[in-house]
Design a protein around this ligand. Structure first.
Ligand SMILES: Nc1ncnc2c1ncn2[C@@H]1O[C@H](COP(=O)(O)OP(=O)(O)OP(=O)(O)O)[C@@H](O)[C@H]1O
Ligand SMILES: [Mg+2]
Length: 184
């Protein structure tokens, strides 16, 4: 593996943020990316919502579609890592097996860090910034992770961020510090 890629002089790697809807994955990924960029680290966020409006717009929320969405995100992340970037992926990615597949896809290009963004269902339902839980409870949305679809909690994550305890800033700093400890 080429540890220092091209002109960026940084180690490509992936932070894969997984957790329930509204756990705080996107908030943390975008803020961590800002912190890294301010420090001169070239990085990119691959966010589930953005992917669903583009490369994944043909996919639904059944198990096969969720697996396909994770696989596509992994392949795009691998390409970005090959280009020398630090990639932050924010995707519910509820199944252990598909997260392992993501790790396998990317491991040839650099380190893969699984980040468990932990907030319990009650907290996520009270946040519900997109109204998804409300829609699911009202019966107008099926296959909602945490309600009628499973979420398999990571057993050995590289990093856990408990967003019921820490702020967005503290959580993003945890990723930033992890990167600095692991790569410098
Ligand atoms: N400590 C925290 N960390 C992250 N988000 C928090 C925290 N406290 C409150 N929030 C709020 O929780 C909400 C989480 O939304 P966000 O879109 O980041 O979640 P998500 O995990 O990306 O959800 P989805 O899977 O639906 O995309 C936001 O409104 C955010 O401001
Ligand atoms: Mg999100």
């Amino acid at each position: 593996m080429n540890e220092k890629k091209g002109e960026f002089m940084q180690t490509p790697c992936c932070y894969w943020l997984t957790g329930l809807p509204a756990a705080g994955k996107s908030s943390l990924a975008y803020r961590a990316a800002e912190l890294l960029q301010e420090a001169g680290v070239r990085c990119h966020v691959l966010d589930g919502d953005a992917l669903r409006s583009g490369i994944n717009k043909d996919l639904g929320f059944d198990m096969a579609s969720r697996q396909a969405s994770v696989r596509r995100a992994s392949e795009v992340a691998r390409i970005l890592m090959d280009a020398g970037l630090v990639v932050l992926v924010s995707l519910v990615s509820p199944y252990t097996k598909t997260r392992q597949e993501a790790r396998d896809i990317m491991s040839s290009q650099g380190r893969f860090y699984e980040v468990y963004v932990n907030a319990n269902l009650r907290t996520c339902m009270s946040r519900d910034p997109k109204g998804l839980y409300r829609a699911a409870m009202a019966g107008s949305l099926m296959n909602m992770t945490g309600l009628d679809d499973p979420y398999e909690v990571p057993e050995t994550p590289d990093l856990t961020i408990n967003t019921m305890v820490s702020s967005v800033e503290e959580g993003a700093m945890a990723i930033y510090r992890h990167f600095n400890m692991a790569h410098f």
